[in-house]
Write a protein that binds this ligand. Sequence first.
Ligand SMILES: Nc1nc2c(c(=O)[nH]1)N[C@H]1C(S)=C(S)[C@@H](COP(=O)(O)OP(=O)(O)OC[C@H]3O[C@@H](n4cnc5c(=O)[nH]c(N)nc54)[C@H](O)[C@@H]3O)O[C@H]1N2
Ligand SMILES: Nc1nc2c(c(=O)[nH]1)N[C@H]1C(S)=C(S)[C@@H](COP(=O)(O)OP(=O)(O)OC[C@H]3O[C@@H](n4cnc5c(=O)[nH]c(N)nc54)[C@H](O)[C@@H]3O)O[C@H]1N2
Ligand code: SF4
Ligand SMILES: [Mo]
Length: 740
Amino acid sequence: MSNSIFTRIKRLTGIDTRREKYAYAKDPVFGHISKSRVAEKWVKTTCGYCSVGCGMLVGVRENKAVAVRGNPDHPVNRGKLCPKGLSEHHILDSPGRAKQPLLRKNGVLTPVSWDEALDTMVARFRDIQQRHGNESLGVVGTGQLLTEECYTLGKLVQLGFRTRNNDGNTTLCMASAVSGYKLSFGSDGPPGSYADMETADLILLIGANIADNHPILCHRVDRTSPGTKPRTLIVVDPRVTKTAMMADIHLPVKPRSDIALLNGIAHILIREGLIDRDYIARHTTGFEQFANFVAAFTPAHVAAITGLTEETIINTAWLYGKAKSAFIGWTMGVNHSTQGAVTVAAINNLALITGNIGRSGAAPFSITGQCNAMGTRETGFTSSLPGYRKFDNPQDREDLARIWNIPVERIPSARGLAYPDIIEAAVQGRIKALWFVATNPAVSFPNAKLLDHALRSVEFLVVQDGFHPTPTSDYAHLVLPAAIWGEKQGTYTNSERRVSKVNPAVIPPREARPDFDIFLDIAQRLGVRNELYPGWTSTHDAFLEWQRVSAGRMCDYSKFTWQQIEDANGLQWGGTSLYTDGIFPTEDGRARLHSVPCDPFTEQPDSNFDFILNTGRTVEHWHTRTKTAEVGILNDMVPNAWLEMNPTDADRLELKPHDRVTVRSRRGAVADIELRITGIVAPGQVFMPFHFSETNSNIVTLGAFDPISREPNFKQCAVRIERTPIRDRRNASPPRTQRQ
Ligand SMILES: Nc1nc2c(c(=O)[nH]1)N[C@H]1C(S)=C(S)[C@@H](COP(=O)(O)OP(=O)(O)OC[C@H]3O[C@@H](n4cnc5c(=O)[nH]c(N)nc54)[C@H](O)[C@@H]3O)O[C@H]1N2
Ligand SMILES: Nc1nc2c(c(=O)[nH]1)N[C@H]1C(S)=C(S)[C@@H](COP(=O)(O)OP(=O)(O)OC[C@H]3O[C@@H](n4cnc5c(=O)[nH]c(N)nc54)[C@H](O)[C@@H]3O)O[C@H]1N2
Ligand code: SF4
Ligand SMILES: [Mo]
């Protein structure tokens, strides 16, 4: 920065920015120094969007967040941020924020005091539970709360409300990775780190579009910077995504043929002796059976299933087998499947038979989604007890009962209903009360019609969200306004197990309160506050107990304090690699090789519904757009959904670019979507983003779930594409948000 800029800022603002490391801000559009955006102080925190976990500084002026910039000292992002991170401060005082509790009276959501809101909630839940049993309550949380809040909520639901039906939006997201890790290694826990992407010889990304969805990870696979090691990037995705365009080799597999590809690679590795026999003998079980099983996955067989050539499959196997260290990263192209958990096991198989785990550059690595998906997984209460403890392990239950100072009988010995089963139970009338915390299922849950039925069926529905109205809060009997990222203190844990500090920059709007405070207040009214949270006043108290609960477990937080996490810009539990000694948390200490059949996906196209619909994301938007629709610079770039279709199909249907089309499945139709004709998708496939409530892709998606993880099959269902009749078109250009 030149001296003249310093002088200009000083003249404009009176602040001598030379004395402060980060204390100036340029208008992002016009480049000049804008006084309203010049921060008085910078608050160090962690991004609240995705699981990359970038470190950032929020600039604050007169209790307003006015700017965001990357933390140059943070090991994850080294000062860089993606467009969502850079504009994150705009969400805090956006008009869409929920600002007061609302209770439905005579059919209308009416402002009430917090006392009336929470007294009513506790009274209604109690009454319903007394009439229909404790398990008539279902709670659905999120990977977007602080770890301290996830932990506090888990105790409140399981020990306070005494229901096991406690799950999260993470079942729409990470559940298959969790189940797959458990199948292979006996426990959840991503074994690698982002650093492995820099030290690997080969990176295989399966169903992970990092260029849109984990943009700051792209720097780890970039080979143009000086000093970076030459390495090969292979991307497996039916679409030619931005990530596929970065690859040395793109494998455009037929939808859901990944298992065949993985088994086929294993087949060649075994046949050609490209395996680590020593590692297999010492650290795995089931190799003989596995080798026999994959013998059937010859290149010819795999070519027929995947649509790849035999040569490509053989070449990929050789590249993987010859790499000294190979890294496999995956995200929703794998997890969002009725075979998600076993696909993860098939990925783990490859790592195990080649010894590509537990050392630098070598890991089967589930890239997580939300800023704190990992914290939710670790603090548990859904598919496991806190600290990766198992419901069916008496010792684990006794450990917890001792720490919590409660009778062991209070701790359930089996998990309750998973998210889709909570919704199903609501439709069937077994669940009578629902509480959603920081998730927006009316847009994000598959087969929206069934969800609608569930939300209308329950006697009392509570929606606790930082924004209102949302498509889900519109259904609520009670809306609880919550503080969000930028207003709360605690920790998030990113994909690589790095625990980072999250700090408040501003105070929440009007009556919005941190989720943690809401949970404690509910506990007070339930009469369990002293028992469950003795002496607690802040999320730091929750952290201190979580440290004791996680001590000695794989996800051990007892080794670092909040201050140490803050000073170090994040610390990884488990170090850079797990399983460095090849010992796994199974009964015999060995990892399991699984024989995984490749079944066709549930709803195959036919003459009536002749396309396969794929759904996913774009870099500008976050999920259901409660946040990013409020950020002008993001929403103006991508204000509407679109549908990608291959030119050969468009020709056949006589459709032109920008035509308005309707996507119709057996469950419903979404009209008036802009058509994009592009080779990004293969013939017979179409793609649309799921971010837009106005054109909600989940009206057409399928309610089919993985039998192990219960994760939905969001990525394939059968649809047909029709031109939208004039009468079904939305009039003018759609509003910026769904709100008034
Ligand atoms: N900008 C942005 N970033 C985000 C999010 C966001 O909403 N917006 N959300 C965050 C969250 S919670 C998550 S979970 C992650 C998700 O991150 P990603 O998983 O990268 O996101 P998706 O776009 O859902 O799906 C990834 C890819 O899977 C591919 N796919 C579909 N079917 C198959 C198949 O059969 N086989 C294979 N191999 N691939 C297939 C799709 O074509 C798509 O390119 O992103 C996180 N980051
Ligand atoms: N078709 C299709 N559907 C999908 C997917 C797909 O690829 N295709 N992806 C799935 C995946 S991977 C995911 S993770 C889900 C995400 O689905 P959702 O969880 O429904 O998505 P979000 O929009 O992030 O919803 C989070 C809500 O919490 C609110 N919120 C944010 N921060 C806070 C906070 O601190 N406290 C409170 N109380 N509220 C807060 C936000 O305003 C928002 O309403 O969608 C799933 N749905
Ligand atoms: S990559 Fe993810 S964590 Fe980093 S700035 Fe973007 S949204 Fe935030
Ligand atoms: Mo996700």
